[in-house]
Design a protein around this ligand. Structure first.
Ligand code: C2G
Length: 132
């Protein structure tokens, strides 16, 4: 049984999010997702996500290729989460390339290519630009 873990905010859920989770799941038998809390997001990006952490967790939990979901409360706890959930593989999008190589002593670390031309930031910009 190979356990895969990944992390993300998954705000304004879109097809890029679906694709990374689908591909992450294919690397093992079970997929665990750490959804960044609102507080973590605020400290990281200086803004609160559009969707609340409860809604973001609810959306991720409803996906057929996701088995377990929890809140990621701090970036510093990644090693603890990997251990707690007994993960064999850590998957991240390649916008994080190289950033988590220090966990290679704990598990396999895989960076997957991002889906081009879609992002939460771009969606927000498009919506804003069509406001009257
Ligand atoms: N992603 C992707 N393709 C896109 C957009 C996002 O593959 N077009 C991937 C990202 O690479 C990431 C995941 O979807 O692996 C979630 O993206 P974000 O919600 O932007 O996650 P982020 O805010 O980077 O949070 O501990 C790390 C953080 O929690 C990651």
């Amino acid at each position: 049984m190979k356990r895969v873990i990944t992390f993300g905010t998954f705000d304004v859920f879109h097809v890029g999010h679906v694709r990374i989770l689908e591909r992450a799941r294919e690397l093992g038998d079970c997929l665990i997702v750490g959804v960044s809390s609102d507080a973590l997001n605020f400290s990281k990006k200086g803004r609160t996500p559009i969707y609340s952490q409860e809604d973001r967790k609810k959306i991720i939990s409803s996906l057929q290729f996701v088995d377990e979901v929890f809140f990621e409360e701090s970036l510093e706890l990644k090693g603890d989460y990997i251990e707690q959930f007994k993960a064999d593989v850590l998957v991240m999008g390649d916008d994080w390339q190289g950033k988590f190589d220090n966990f290679r002593s704990q598990c396999e670390v895989v960076y997957l290519p991002r889906t081009p031309s879609i992002s939460t930031t771009e969606i927000i910009e498009v919506v804003r630009s069509t406001e009257r």
